[in-house]
Design a protein around this ligand. Structure first.
Ligand SMILES: *Cc1c(COP(=O)(O)O)cnc(C)c1O
Length: 355
């Protein structure tokens, strides 16, 4: 069976919009897209009067090289959030199909499913926030078309072993796609599940430039998957998803020198994470620090609301993750600069003294 047999029939049958830029580009005189013939007033040479290439070749090549895939195995979108939305739209029929998630986890999967009218099946992580593959496989209903696996998981930080992902993809072959969200994989110093793409047509991997690459404001992410899946999603994607200034910012962030500097920064974040993970358990009021392979630490506290307020009063905002199942009384601390982290520890110590 072809993985596209899992997609919504109406999406497979759709005649996609054919944009002017897809049909022709690069001529000396461009009179096919009703653009302005002049750059905008105050233009800085970016050529913003022209619609952008839907999937700019230079960025595709650079991102594909960084992610270790062929360009046709990759869709670049407005953050990985857009890829999540496109996957749900393409594979889940409203009122019929479902996605599956393992809480506590990232909220966007369920939100996109809700918008699409797809059900959300929950197969919770185990007591140590690990993914129990046997329980997941036993618990999935036949309605599930997409299984989202977040690794490292937000907000608990755990990494799902590569062998478990391969086992899920094999078991669900012909039934569902396994989508591994690797928004934080750069901080895990682990191999990407993209290395498994050749063996599993029903596997997808989400990557983003928003975290390690410091480009949250540019909104650039990617889905790595079977070339047929990528081609299907392109049919339902808006015609010009990637703004020219964002593409320029991504290209700059991915040049050789920038890549090296980003690698150094990631190493600093990882070192800071390990330093904080060692110190935090010694701070009175801290009950547990969950082991994290990402750029954050989730911490269980005696008085999470009190600590949240005290930090805020000192100008430090953290994430209250207490509403997630299994995380009552927990806060999530993103790893900042060494100076910011020192401030965080300082305020936490003062909270403990005051308590
Ligand atoms: C931050 C995050 C993303 C990234 O979303 P973008 O749209 O690429 O900015 C995706 N998944 C998870 C789990 C995240 O925490």
């Amino acid at each position: 069976m072809n993985v596209l047999d899992l997609a919504r029939p109406e999406v497979r049958a759709l005649t996609p919009y054919s944009s002017a830029r897809m049909e022709a580009q690069g001529a000396a005189i461009m009179l096919n897209a009703n653009e302005s013939p002049w750059p905008p007033v105050g233009d800085d040479g970016q050529g913003l009067n022209r619609y952008p290439d839907p999937q700019p070749a230079a960025l595709r090549e650079r991102m594909a090289a960084v992610y270790g895939v062929r360009p046709e195995q990759m869709l670049i979108g407005r953050g990985s959030d857009e890829a999540i939305d496109l996957l749900v739209r393409a594979f889940c029929r409203p009122g019929v199909d479902a996605i599956a998630v393992s809480p506590p986890t990232f909220g966007m999967y369920a939100v996109c499913a809700g918008v699409q009218g797809a059900a959300v099946e929950t197969l919770p992580l185990d007591a140590d926030f690990g993914l129990d593959v046997d329980a997941v496989l036993a618990g999935l209903s036949p309605a599930v078309k997409l299984l989202f696996v977040c690794s490292p998981n937000n907000p608990t930080g755990g990494l799902v072993p590569q062998a478990d992902i391969a086992r899920l993809a094999s078991a669900l072959d012909g039934r569902a796609l396994v989508i591994v969200d690797e928004a934080y994989i750069e901080f895990a110093e682990a191999e990407s599940a993209a290395t498994l793409l050749g063996q599993h047509a029903n596997l997808g991997v989400l990557r983003t430039l928003s975290k390690a690459w410091a480009l949250a404001g540019a909104r650039i992410g990617a889905l790595l998957a079977d070339a047929d899946v990528i081609a299907l999603l392109r049919r339902i994607m808006p015609p010009y998803p990637l703004p020219t200034p964002c593409v320029q910012a991504a290209l700059a962030a991915l040049d050789e020198t920038a890549q090296r500097q980003t690698g150094e920064r990631v190493a600093t974040i990882v070192a800071e994470r390990e330093r904080l993970a060692a110190i935090l358990p010694t701070v009175p009021g801290v009950r547990a620090v969950y082991p994290s392979r990402a750029n954050f630490l989730t911490v269980s506290l005696d008085d999470a609301p009190g600590v949240y307020r005290a930090l805020l009063a000192q100008g430090i905002v953290v994430r209250d993750v207490g509403r997630y199942p299994g995380l009552a009384g927990c806060l999530r601390f993103s790893i900042g600069t060494p100076e910011e982290n020192a401030r965080l520890l300082d305020v936490l110590h003062r909270c403990a003294e005051a308590a």
